[in-house]
Design a protein around this ligand. Sequence first.
Ligand SMILES: Nc1ncnc2c1ncn2[C@@H]1O[C@H](COP(=O)(O)OP(=O)(O)OP(=O)(O)O)[C@@H](O)[C@H]1O
Length: 514
Amino acid sequence: MNLDRITQQYLEIFPGDFSENPRQRQTPKILFATTDIVHFKNPELIAFNENLSEEIGLGKIEDDRDIAFLNAASLPENIRTYSTAYAGHQFGNWAGQLGDGRAIYAGEIQNKNAKKTELQWKGAGATPYSRNADGRAVLRSSVREYLMSEAMHHLGIPTTRALSLSFTGEKVMRDKLYDGNPEYEKGAVMLRTAESFLRFGHFELISAQKEIETLQKLTDFTIENYFPEIDSKSEHKYADFFQKISERTADLIVEWYRVGFVHGVMNTDNMSILGLTIDYGPFSFLDEYDLNFTPNTTDLPGRRYAFGNQGKIAQWNLWQLANALFPLIKKEAILEKILNDFTKMFWEKHDIMMAKKFGFDQVLESDGPFFTDAQKLMEDLKIDHTLFFHRLESWTENSNLKTHFENVFYDQITDDQFLILENFIKNYKERLEKNKISREESVALMQKTNPKFILRNYLLFECINELEEGKKDLFNTIILALENPYQEIYPEFSKKRPPIYNNQSGCSMLSCSS
Ligand SMILES: Nc1ncnc2c1ncn2[C@@H]1O[C@H](COP(=O)(O)OP(=O)(O)OP(=O)(O)O)[C@@H](O)[C@H]1O
């Protein structure tokens, strides 16, 4: 691997702390601290994403030095590791300074097209921002992030990505969620990548500390490197920056709705400035459609981060970012306009996405109520979100509705409920007749929009259990399935959640803790 080509741009651009023994700190002016990794003694590499490694310019594994790097066991001399400080609003409250508590940067690598990608271990040890925690990650949470971030990428959704996954050879103490008792679990570390790991929280921290010069420097750096569409000489570049972040955030959340993804913990420190999905914690895909569903136990009973709230929460988070950027933009009216326009922009994007899911070539005025009816139908009849759209894809006027839709319900449906479905399909048929494209073209649109494979929580749960026992077959099969989510390579994975997992909360909670 091209480890010698890894550089650390932040150490040169931003104020940091290079002391050898960084202490726990509340540090104005300081954006990062050099942080050593654990140097695990007996790690074992269990997954390596060679395609990604080639794509970002790192290349193939060639020797033990490469494996030691991936495993956070030892580093070549050119790599100076560090972690960053950020802040955030958690569950609606200002949480003050946070930071990479268990994420350590290796730096960044450039590929042959000069595209830079940042590299970061998660679980490679405590950092100055770990507070009282151990900086470690367990197998469960690492496998979930490894597989899910790749699943999201192959679905076409902006995300951080997974380069490697290793057992650390250490045991880590964690509370088991289902009985609350602490227990030793297998420790793991993953190396993940992103064009940038910058979060809303980085900007919030510097702004709260009133370090306006650093805020401006960070914002200029971000615009120059990641927002080529903004004219960096323009006098309204900071307002343009906020506008673009709003657009990227809206696009991201609409994509989550397309595939039925619930993030579960949309704190502002988990919001990427580039509009990537970041922080795979208590996430879940929907099985049965439920706007109120949250996979996050700490989010009950308020359900702030429930599936149906994600658009509103994104807007709330953007308000916090607007406050942080205010010292650069200085005009309240501009920020307020962008924030208020978010709702309209979000719903326009949402409706375009929904139209494609149903195979409509454009959004008609009557579609708003149609989409609401569809949501109500899926919710009231406990219909599997993903399977419903498959069945619509293969539905024809000759289909027998009872058999065609029989495998999408989580409960028995009554005759009255069947009539509601029948009526919906009648409306669907009438709506399809207003398309200007043929049925074949409409189905092709649906096939591109509606995945056949989503990484359901029960599958992750089973995969983690197998890996705990040293078996990798399911893990490898899932990778093949998630790389081709719009095909039905493994029909057994394109079925609804099996009845032994009696609700979607149950299996997500069993496996989500960190
Ligand atoms: N085991 C741990 N040791 C140290 N810090 C931790 C640990 N678990 C979480 N944190 C820190 O607590 C904060 C909130 O945790 P959260 O679960 O959102 O993040 P995470 O999953 O660790 O990381 P990331 O957002 O980088 O994916 C973060 O600052 C995180 O770094």
